[in-house]
Design a protein around this ligand. Structure first.
Ligand code: BGP
Length: 483
């Protein structure tokens, strides 16, 4: 396994910033459960049945009897958040990233006014964080869309979604304007081109142009995000808005110029999103690429203005694995977050085939900061692995500690040596939760173990893993003690 190669140069800072936001991250649909409590409506996540490694999750037309839907119960964070946040506080979290379940606030999505019970739930949740001095970092839309909006309007295919999303944002910005400062609009907004079902509740039919459908829907999300940012700043000028993208650094497989061009092209398809959200307009290359694909989205008069007025303050991104660009036809593939990756012979892989590459995180941070000059925020990073509960109840997870240690060291290199401005770092799935891609529980990311299995069995008991204590020490020493 390669370690982060050292770059020449000297440290630009002696230590991590004092206000660095160490913490953990989850998504509502992967942990809350209680899918129909408090008047909550059905979301796209609630009609995604369980899959497994290599077996896609069935996206069903409503809830079908006989199928297991992991979001319905998840880890019951809805009823246990007080106990869980107390554990996050014990670990020393400075921030906690979670999302709001849109369908708790607008159960159908197109109502005129919000559901008070849903709003009250998040009053309690954010209040509990603040009680311990934990800053909430809130994703507005994390892989769940009101299912009624899918049925009635075709989800993000429809421009009307901008109006529904804006109404939802107005309700939460107004309600939480004193409790939440950091907002991320859409989780991994670039994933709409890789997994439109998960990201937007859109199933592209065989007789449709995939590119036309997804880039049109993406345009609606980009406009909705920009409108939300502008609206949020009116409601509270102190809000800080971030975009959130999946960032897969692509390495050219060889120094053949064609491979270099392939790597550049692969990255450009992701930068399309960050260019719009950070710079406020589609880039020249994006317009060329979309024109070539015959997928230039229909825009309305005023859209350019909307995008320009709703640029973000920082870039949140997820990082799990790097990828390889090649022009070779016979290249072998392995797993990866949302997109399969070409195998990199220099890297080991997780049990789910995702390449483990700490240096890629340093590269990602540098690339983003060099390109845009706004702070970055590592809002997802972690290792999905199977854990064993020992007879005495302990959970030894040196593999997870090793993964986190090496990624945090790489992040520190980016901050301390390369001078990248970074707001914080949140371990993905700080408490075990449902895997987004497979619906499994056994793919565990947590520092805290939850007694819940793939078939829904388990008593939901929480247990601290070894990695919990390791991360606690890391946070307590502001990233100094990683041994
Ligand atoms: C990201 C998602 C998360 C999360 C994570 C790990 O793409 O934003 O929701 O689940 O990946 O992926 P998985 O759960 O598939 O292992």
């Amino acid at each position: 396994m390669t370690d982060t190669p050292s770059l020449p140069g000297c440290k630009t800072r002696p230590a991590m910033p004092e206000n660095f936001l160490w913490g953990g991250a989850v998504a509502a649909n992967q942990c809350e459960g209680a899918y129909n409590a408090g008047g909550k409506g059905l979301s796209t996540a609630d009609v995604l049945a369980a899959g497994s490694q290599g077996v896609p999750r069935p996206y069903t037309d409503g809830v079908k009897p006989g199928l297991y839907y992991p979001s319905h119960g998840a880890i019951d964070f809805y009823h246990r958040y007080k106990e869980d946040i107390a554990l996050f506080a014990e670990a020393g979290f400075k921030c906690f990233r979670t999302s709001i379940n849109w369908t708790r606030i607008f159960p159908e999505g197109d109502e005129e006014s919000p559901n008070e019970a849903g709003l009250r739930f998040y009053d309690g949740l954010f209040g509990e964080c603040l009680k311990y001095g934990i800053e909430p970092v809130v994703t507005i839309s994390h892989y769940e869309t009101p299912y009624t909006l899918v049925k009635k309007y075709g989800s993000w295919r429809s421009r009307r979604m901008i109006e529904f999303f804006t109404r939802y944002c107005e309700a939460i910005f107004t309600r939480y304007k004193e409790t939440v400062k950091y907002w991320l609009t859409f989780n991994e907004i670039n994933v709409i081109t890789l997994n439109p079902v998960m990201a937007a509740g859109i199933r592209v039919e065989a007789d449709e142009s995939f590119d036309r459908v997804v880039y049109q829907a993406a345009h609606h999300q980009l406009a909705a995000s920009a409108k939300a940012v502008a609206l949020g700043r009116e409601i509270n000028p102190n809000f800080k808005f971030g975009m959130m993208m999946l960032y897969p650094p692509f390495y050219a497989e060889t120094c053949r110029p064609e491979d270099q061009l392939a790597a550049m092209g692969a990255m450009d398809s992701h930068y399309l999103f960050s260019d719009v959200q950070v710079r406020g307009a589609y880039s020249r290359k994006a317009i060329n690429m979309l024109t070539e694909k015959d997928a230039l989205p229909d825009e309305e008069a005023g859209d350019a203005e909307i995008l320009k007025n709703g640029t973000v303050d920082f870039i949140g991104f997820s990082y799990y694995n790097s990828n390889v660009a090649t022009t070779r036809k016979e290249a072998g593939f392995t797993g990866g977050n949302m997109l399969n990756a070409v195998k990199n012979p220099y890297l080991k892989e997780s049990e789910w085939g995702w390449a483990i590459d700490p240096a890629g995180l340093r590269i990602a941070m540098n690339n983003l900061y060099d390109r845009y000059g706004v702070p970055v925020f590592v809002v997802e990073n972690g290792l999905g692995a199977q854990d064993v509960v020992e007879e005495d109840g302990s959970i030894r997870d040196p593999y997870r500690i090793d993964y986190l240690r090496r990624h945090i060291m790489a992040m520190k290199d980016a901050v301390l040596t390369d001078g990248v401005a970074c707001l914080g770092y949140t371990v993905w799935g700080c408490i075990d939760l449902v895997s987004a891609s497979t619906g499994e529980m056994k793919k565990r990311y947590g520092l805290i173990h939850v007694d819940k299995n793939d078939d829904g069995s388990g008593n939901l008991g929480r247990r601290k893993k070894d990695s919990f204590y390791w991360y606690q020490r890391c946070i307590n020493t502001n990233g100094e003690e990683l041994g």
